[in-house]
Design a protein around this ligand. Sequence first.
Ligand code: UGA
Length: 418
Amino acid sequence: MVTAACLAKLGHDVQCFDSDPEVIELLKVGKVRFHEPGLADLVSQMVTEGRLQTAESIEEAVGSSELSFICVSTPPKANGAADLSYIEAATRAIAQSMDGYHIIVEKSTVPAKTGERVRETLRMHAKPSVEFDVVSFPEFSREGHAIDDFLHPDRLVLGVESERAEQAMRTLVQGIDAPIVVTDMASAELIKHASNCFLALKISYANALANVCETIGANVEEVAEGMGLDNRIGRDFLNAGVGYGGSCFPKDMAAFIAMADELGYDFKLLKAAREVNDERPRRLIEKLRQALWVLSGKTVAVLGLAFKPDTDDVREAPALALIELLLEEGASVRAYDPVATSTAQKLLGERVVYCEDSYQAASGADALVVVTEWDEFRHLDLDRIKGLLAVPVIIDGRNIFDRTTLTEAGFIYHGMGK
Ligand code: UGA
C-alpha cells in the first residue's frame, strides 16, 4: 500500500491487485485496513485524483503497465527460512500476463538469489518473444514512518541486470532526493537482509550491555549516549528495553540465519543476538518478581501492545510474549494500547482485560509495566496513576521515565539497564 500510494504521489499511474478481495474493495473507496500515520489520507487523495486504481486481475494490472512490483509477504517456514511460494505464484501470473517488454520489481524482502529464480520462472512461463528485466528494489521504510521513509530515504538500492532497467528505475524514482546505490541483484537482496540484521544486532548489543550495567550499577542510557556520539557507532538503535519485535527483524534474522545454514555457514553472531532478544520479556518478569515477590494472583497493568509506537501491528510484539509469561505465572493482565487493542485481542482472546486508557488499566493493579513507548505514556499524570495502583510499582520496559522523578514521586521504579 505504501509503495503504491507513494509511487502515485510521485506522479505515476498505479494499478493495484491483491488476492484478498477485501483489500481491493476498501481501496476502491480510498481506504486501508491497518494503521499507518498519513497513509489513509494519502491513499484517499490518490484514489480521488485517479492515480491509484484497482485492477480486477493480475492480467489487467500487468497488461496496462510498464513495471510490476511484487509486494507479497514472505512469511517464515517452520525452520525460519522464508516461504517464497507467494513470490513464485505472483511471478507466474505476471509472466503469463506480459505482452511486451516489462520490468518486474522485487519489493518483498527475500533471501539473496531469489531474483534469479524469479527470472528463471518468468522465462519458463512468459511468451518466448517477450523481453523483460528483473530488478531488486529493497524496502527500508519503518512502520509508523513508512511514507516519510519512502519519500525521503537515506539511500535507494537498485539491483539491476541491464542498462535499460536501470534507466527505467532511475526515471521511476525521480523526485526522491537520495543517493542511489546500483548493484547486481544478489547484492541488493543481501543489503536488505544484512541491514535489518545489523540493526537487530545493535539492539541486542544494547540489551546485553543493559544486563552488564545492572550488575555493576551503571546506566545503559548514559553508556549509549557516550558511545553514540562516536560517528562510527551512532546513537540510533542502541535503546535497551524489552527487545525488538515486528514483522521484519525476527523474520529477517530467522531467514538470514537459515540461508547461511543452508549455505554451510553457521552465523553464530546472529544466533547469539536472537538469543539475547528472546530473553528480554523474561528479564522484565524478573524485575516484577523483584518488586512483588510472587506474581500468582497479582494484577499487572500492561501499557502498549503494538511492537512499536504508531502502528497497530502486534506481530512478534514483546508485549504478547510478556503477557503469555504473566498468564503462565498466574497473574491477571489489564492491557491498554492507543490503537493496537483489536489486533492484539485477535491473538490473545479474552484472557486479558482490555482497557480504554492507561488510567483504567492501572486501576487496582499491583504494578504497571510499560512495553511500548507511545508518546502519550510519557505524559501520564503520575499522581493519578499512583492513586489508582494498589501498589506504586512501575517497570519501565522502554526507559521512558526518569528514575529520580519517579522515585521522588514515591514509586518503586525499575528500568532496563539503569
Ligand atoms: C525495520 C527497519 O528499521 C526498516 O528499515 C525496514 O524497512 C523494516 O524493518 C522492514 O524490513 O520492512 P520496523 O520493523 O518497522 O522497521 O521497525 P523499527 O523501527 O526498526 O523497530 C523494530 C523493533 O526494534 C521495534 O520492536 C522497536 O521497539 C525495537 N527497537 C528499535 C529497540 O528495541 N531499540 C532500538 O534502539 C530501536
